[in-house]
Design a protein around this ligand. Structure first.
Ligand code: ARG
Length: 466
């Protein structure tokens, strides 16, 4: 049987392989709510402009509502022969309301329809991601406030560098997540413009009102150029780019959770709620959620690469290649949302092991820079000389197998006369972090103020609802 949407030009139906490669209904049925919303806005506008009768518009509206409830109740039967969500809905509409259904597609094409649906879908995802990221930030800021003065080693090259506080470390991720939210919010501005009414590619001869459909659907404006409207997918690309950067940020923390929860580090522990066991090794507690967040970045960045490759070199306007925009985007947007939620869960769940962190913070001569700074500040020594003198202090401690604060007054004085017993003022890890009062530094008072400021800022941003 030839297709009822375009059967006039065709005398037979598609080959099974044609249908297999062409049909998108298995995945684009996800767009049903957006598709129905777009159709309702379009039909109302057509009636307002006198392009269809208000009786037909009412029947269409009623039929679309029925379809929405059928789909939501799981009683709607999707058909591959009807290719995609647009034709599945329209065909059912014809069954429900008869010939009036045929008027819905006036002054519209599936090209502007799918672009509209997908923009609405991506916009919803961005809004959900923003709420999820706000909740993630809130969880981090709460941990930061709770442990604003808990000393831990700060690392460079994953080698102990200088002591920092656990709260400071948590707040670093709050800042990253905030830039991620900013990228999504910025993308949203360009997602939120309406292609509807561009029709197939050239616009339409009907006296439509594109401003009206744009505003009915919550878009900020209609897109200005009909060719661009149906062929643009940069709105998906930049959302995936924002998702990729966000995912990459999450993996950095996920990796730290994996390292920190190891028996070698023991900086944090996760409860049973966020750990898994081993089927063979009874002692194991594995941070699987963190590992999976680390891995999810693969499919998210992969989606960006996949769609970039689809779009590269595509001539204007619509090409069927663009149907391949959906699966990777759906998958990546699902994955990033789950990853953010799982990270939030782990942050809430995680208990820092304060003793282990404090012990590690002092190891590896991590306060050496404080000795050098003290020589500069108190003794007027040029920093390069102070660095050299301190290097000798570290070498001696290393040779004696002790920490810096275990060196004797004689040890210090023997290295350089400037190293009088007052040097002890800067030797502990608490003194070290307390001294880092510069803007953005790790001093506990800074961290507490920052954590409080964040919590205040996040209040009422939807973090709770996240
Ligand atoms: N299923 C199609 C897609 O996802 C809808 C648009 C089809 N347009 C067309 N001219 N065949 O892109």
């Amino acid at each position: 049987m030839s297709n009822k949407m375009w059967g006039g030009r065709f005398s037979s139906g598609p080959d099974a392989l044609m249908e297999a490669i062409n049909a998108s209904i298995d995945f684009d049925q996800r767009l049903y709510a957006q598709d129905i919303a777009g159709s309702r806005a379009h039909a109302a506008m057509l009636a307002d402009k006198g392009i269809i009768s208000s009786e037909d518009a009412d029947a269409i509206n009623h039929g679309l509502n029925t379809i929405l409830s059928e789909i939501e109740a799981g009683t709607f039967s999707f058909s591959r022969a009807l290719e995609d969500i647009h034709m599945n809905v329209e065909s059912r509409l014809a069954e429900l309301i008869g010939p009036a259904a045929g008027r819905l597609h006036t002054a519209r094409s599936r090209n502007d329809q799918v672009a509209t649906d997908f923009r609405l879908y991506v916009r919803d995802c961005i809004d959900r991601l923003d709420g999820a990221l706000a909740a993630y930030q809130e969880a981090l800021a709460n941990k930061a406030l709770q442990h604003f003065d808990a000393v831990m080693p700060g690392f460079t090259h994953l080698q102990s560098a200088q002591p920092v506080t656990f709260g400071h470390h948590m707040l670093a991720y709050v800042e990253m997540a905030d830039r991620d939210r900013g990228r999504f919010a910025d993308a949203r501005k360009r997602v939120n413009i309406s292609p509807l009414g561009a029709a197939a590619l050239a616009g339409t001869s009907f006296p439509i009102d594109r401003e009206a459909t744009a505003s009915a659907l919550g878009f900020s404006a209609p897109m200005a150029n009909s060719l661009d409207a149906v062929s643009a997918r940069d709105f998906v690309l930049e959302t995936l780019a924002a998702a990729s950067i966000c995912a990459i940020h999450l993996t950095r923390f996920a990796e730290e959770i994996v390292i920190w929860s190891s028996a070698q580090f023991r900086f944090v522990s996760l409860t049973d709620a966020f750990s898994t066991g081993s089927s063979i090794m009874p002692q194991k507690r594995n941070p699987d959620a963190a590992e999976l967040v680390r891995a999810k970045a693969g499919r998210i960045v992969g989606a960006l690469v996949a769609l970039s490759t689809v779009m590269k070199g595509l001539p204007l306007a619509y090409s069927k290649d663009m149907q391949e925009d959906k699966e990777p985007a759906f998958d990546a947007l699902d994955a990033i949302e789950l990853a953010i939620l799982a990270m939030t869960g782990m942050v809430d769940d995680m208990t820092p092991n304060l003793d282990a962190m404090r012990k590690a913070a002092g190891a590896g001569f991590s306060t050496a820079t404080d000795i050098a700074d003290w020589l500069v500040r108190e003794k007027g020594m040029p920093f390069r000389d102070a660095h050299h003198v301190t290097g000798r202090v570290v070498a001696l401690a290393s040779e004696k197998g002790v920490e810096l604060e275990d060196l004797t007054d004689e040890d210090f004085a023997g290295i350089d006369a400037s190293l009088d017993p007052a040097i002890r003022e800067v030797l502990g890890v608490d003194k070290s972090v307390a001294s880092r009062v510069s803007l953005g530094g790790t001093a506990p008072e800074n961290v507490r103020a920052q954590a409080e400021a964040w919590l205040q800022r996040l209040e009422g941003t939807g973090a709770q609802a996240g």
